[in-house]
Design a protein around this ligand. Structure first.
Ligand code: HEM
Length: 149
């Protein structure tokens, strides 16, 4: 690793991991909130509380930490000597991160539906989608640490 980006590499990687943990926390917790929100009667106090929790989680934690994860990840990728673009792991990782970003977008869309009392998905549905970020996380960590290909 060379240049000033090489010199700050451990700091950028730390910031990347910190923001990734906060983003993942939201990606795992928000669909859990939807599991319980989908059981709450429309117009109930419980439903109103979930709306506040979901809005704050998405706006205050998940949106900024997603942007930060992308930003620091791209800085790492632009650091000379960190990524050999002929290897496969980085492309597989980017595909999984693209999936997580898409998932984030779907969660945002479902939040708008809940806020307008227009949710059409079942508790069972949200229980199912809740597993997806866990699988992506396992894949991403194995790819960046083991770099199997
Ligand atoms: C958003 C786009 C992302 C990009 C462009 C990106 C890119 C990178 C790069 C280039 C590295 C350095 C790898 C190395 O030093 O060998 C790295 C490290 C890492 N990334 Fe990402 N990343 C992104 C998102 C994520 C996400 C979403 C996660 C977890 C869910 C994640 C988890 C990690 C971890 C755990 C490390 C540290 C690996 C180590 O200790 O070497 N990254 N990332």
């Amino acid at each position: 690793m060379t240049g000033w980006l090489g010199a700050v590499y451990p700091w950028i990687k730390s910031l990347h991991i910190i923001s990734m943990v906060a983003w993942m926390a939201g990606l795992l917790y928000l669909p859990r909130l939807y599991v319980y929100h989908a059981m709450a009667p429309v117009g109930s106090d419980r439903s109103a509380t979930f709306k506040v929790m979901e809005g704050r989680l998405l706006r205050a934690i998940m949106n900024p930490t997603m942007v930060a994860t992308w930003f620091f990840g791209l800085v790492l990728a632009a650091t000379p000597g960190v990524v050999d673009w002929r290897t496969g792991w980085i492309w597989a990782k980017l595909a999984l991160v693209g999936g997580l970003t898409l998932f984030h977008g779907l969660l945002a869309r479902w939040r708008i539906a809940f806020a307008a009392d227009h949710n059409t998905h079942s508790t069972r549905f949200f229980r199912g989608v809740n597993e997806l970020p866990t699988l992506a996380l396992i894949g991403i960590v194995l790819l960046v640490v083991v770099k199997p290909f």
